[in-house]
Design a protein around this ligand. Structure first.
Ligand SMILES: C[S@@+](CC[C@H](N)C(=O)[O-])C[C@H]1O[C@@H](n2cnc3c(N)ncnc32)[C@H](O)[C@@H]1O
Length: 341
């Protein structure tokens, strides 16, 4: 039995992100800030000295190393066995294992299932209606075919504008890893991946059917199949990443659907590295122009969702240790951003 020596920063980066992202000439990708961010991420993959079994001839061409993904039970980086690369094909052909919990994770159909319940045969868990609604194949199918466009009536500026606004907030994280939490059918994940701004994009959702839609849309763009894009099933309250390992987290129109917004924001804060940025959009419970008399009524009607007020969202971010809170509001639409100090 041999003990693997920790790989160098350069070899780790090459094996995880073999394709160079299309970065702007003046990007931060090669800046000292980016390098220090990579260094701070590398212990995740390199610190656990992994005892490797002797390789058989069929395994010879496969890599076995600690991964960006972590066990959702204990948050230890997973050991990955399979071809290197942070793209759909390489991840589908890889197996992931937590050495501590002795739990294995594989890509089921089109996504890597990193929920705590992955692989369980008897236990099933039902989430609140606002989460379960989006697990339906019907809603998942309709989502990008009309459902999402309806949000514009409440003040959402539309996908292109929302993407542009988010990219502005994410400027300090260029060249890093972006997780699109609660990505739905992947409408923003695809834009983030296509932009070439990030070295890796993780499209993450709890809904199996949303992830299927995500994959179906990705398949229509050949270049995306080879890009640095991963599809992961996970619960926002149990994100499968080590602490301080992620540069950017996006959560579009999602906070009101989460079972516990406070647990979710705490998780997002945990996985962000120092200087990392969180950008979210949601519907506000009411706006300054909503008459006082209508407000309690709105709250009662909308009780199936966690629609928060502007003050509550800021409070939540601040109480989870995020700073530099800022927001843009139009009618019920809010885009907010906060940073990990
Ligand atoms: C309204 S959709 C937003 C989709 C997309 N981000 C957008 O901007 O349109 C809300 C998403 O939150 C996901 N979601 C709900 N509960 C979740 C949970 N516990 N963990 C992760 N995602 C969840 C749903 O599956 C759904 O895809």
């Amino acid at each position: 039995m041999a003990t693997a020596s920790p790989p160098s920063v350069r070899s780790l980066h090459k094996s995880f992100f073999p394709k160079s992202p299309r970065l702007p000439h003046n990007s931060h990708f090669r800046s000292p800030r980016w390098r220090s961010s990579l260094r701070s991420r590398c212990p995740i993959r390199a610190t656990s000295a992994v005892a490797l079994e002797p390789e058989s001839s069929t395994q010879r061409n496969q890599n076995m190393e600690t991964d960006l993904f972590a066990c959702p039970v204990c948050y230890q980086p997973l050991i990955r066995k399979g071809p290197p690369g942070f793209n759909l094909q390489a991840i589908y052909r890889s197996g992931f294992k937590c050495k501590k919990c002795n739990k294995s994770y594989t890509s089921k159909d089109v996504y890597l299932d990193l929920t705590v319940t992955a692989g369980l045969r008897d236990y099933t868990e039902v989430k609140p209606a606002r989460t379960e609604l989006f697990r339906s194949p019907f809603v998942s199918f309709l989502y990008e075919r009309g459902w999402r466009q309806n949000f514009n009536r409440s003040g959402f500026p539309g996908l292109d504008e929302e993407f542009k606004m988010a990219q502005e907030y994410f400027k300090p994280t260029e060249g890093g890893i972006l997780v699109d939490v609660s990505c739905g059918s992947g409408l923003f994940s695809r834009k983030f991946a296509k932009s070439g701004t990030y070295s890796g994009v993780v499209a993450l959702d709890f809904s199996e059917n949303m992830l299927q839609q995500c994959y179906d849309f990705i398949k229509q763009h050949a270049s995306l199949l080879d890009s640095n894009l991963a599809l992961v099933r996970a619960d926002v309250s149990r994100l499968p990443f080590s602490s301080s390992s992620i540069d950017a987290v996006h959560a579009g129109a999602a906070l009101h659907c989460w079972p516990s917004p406070s647990n979710a924001v705490a998780e997002i804060s945990r996985i962000l590295r120092s200087g990392g940025v969180f950008v979210g959009t949601t519907f506000l419970q009411y706006t300054s122009s909503t008459p006082w008399m209508v407000r309690p009524l709105r709250q009662r009607i909308l009780q199936n969702y966690s629609y928060l007020t502007e003050e509550e969202i800021e409070d939540l971010c601040t109480s989870c240790g995020l700073t530099n809170y800022t927001r843009k509001v139009k009618q019920s639409f809010i885009m907010f951003s906060a940073q990990k100090p």
